[in-house]
Write a protein that binds this ligand. Structure first.
Ligand SMILES: [Fe+2]
Ligand SMILES: [Fe+2]
Length: 307
């Protein structure tokens, strides 16, 4: 049956939830162990900002999508990713990991990606965003959330992520559908778009920031105890979408992103060597020179605002 964006939009509207629906003072916060606290706080800080990167991606897609239900869907997804970031901030606050008005600081890789997106996000085309975002959602969002649910016993955390995961399943369903449609276009158009993508220096910089980020996050969560197999399964969801759809297989960029994910998670050379070198450079990069955090990050709040 054909995928109807208008039906999906209705489902998205029906399934809206708000931070105010959750009792943030319910018991369970004490289940965070002192041994977990430090690593979990750093992990949550990264997760909050990765949601925000996702939100920024959907904001760019809102500009690129044709008028109609898909554009409206992206608008909702933008707000949902912000809501995820806010819910994660509220969890951090519940666990005593945030001082009153302070914002968590993400790792340097994420800071650089945020700055890059702030500058170039709106220049990205629908084929590029539409191919990269589902991969990011599978690899980062998917794997990170699984890790959290395995490690954290606070029942409220599980309740929050039930909402978040249900949103994410719709993000992916739409993401794969768009990917399929992109692949169903005329071969000539796909070739032109791919060449246009390959020739843009700003995209090369983006790729040089994205690849060490994925590598660092996967190393981090494996170091914290996530089973490699689970991480791999999360990334495999992206590959499987291609296995199911011959149209998706027609997209050269899909193959590039797929092979990149596979090489990164399995630490294959030469990608691993490139990632290690880039991460070493990023560790020495003085992020101060980038100036302040972009203004859109100010929309973050742990307050239980209804969205
Ligand atoms: Fe999310
Ligand atoms: Fe998402």
């Amino acid at each position: 049956m054909a995928f109807a964006y208008s039906d999906m939009l209705t489902t998205i509207k029906d399934r809206q939830w708000a931070l105010a629906d959750i009792d943030w003072d319910a018991p369970g916060a004490e289940l965070i162990t002192p041994q977990q606290r430090g690593a979990l706080a750093a992990f949550m800080a990264d997760l909050v900002w990765i949601e925000h990167v996702g939100a920024r991606g959907f904001a760019a897609l809102t500009l690129r999508a044709p008028d109609g239900p898909l554009k409206e869907i992206y608008r909702h997804f933008h707000a949902e990713e912000q809501k995820h970031a806010n819910a994660e901030l509220a969890l951090m606050r519940r666990w005593g990991m945030l001082r009153e008005d302070s914002m968590p600081v993400p790792n340097k890789n994420i800071q650089l990606v945020i700055q890059w997106l702030d500058r170039y996000g709106d220049e990205l085309s629908l084929p590029v965003l539409g191919t990269v975002i589902p991969s990011l959602e599978c690899a980062l969002d998917g794997a990170l959330v699984k890790f959290l649910l395995d490690e954290v016993r606070d029942p409220l955390c599980h309740e929050v992520f039930r909402h978040i995961n249900s949103d994410e399943s719709r993000h992916l369903a739409v993401g794969f559908q768009v990917l399929e449609q992109l692949g169903a276009g005329p071969a000539r158009r796909i070739a032109i778009e791919t060449a246009g993508f390959a020739l843009r220096p700003t995209l090369l910089i983006g790729a040089l920031l994205y690849t060490p980020l994925l590598s660092r996050m996967s190393t981090n969560i494996m170091a914290m105890g996530l089973d490699e197999e689970k991480l791999w399964n999360a990334v495999r969801r992206y590959e499987k979408a291609g296995d199911r759809s011959p149209d998706i297989k027609r997209l050269p960029l899909f193959h590039l992103v797929r092979m990149h994910g596979r090489a990164t998670i399995n630490r294959l050379q030469p990608i691993q060597g490139v990632n290690d070198a880039l991460n070493k450079a990023i560790d020495h990069f003085p992020v101060r020179v980038l100036g302040r955090t972009p203004s859109w990050s100010k929309e973050l709040t742990y307050e239980p605002v209804a969205k």
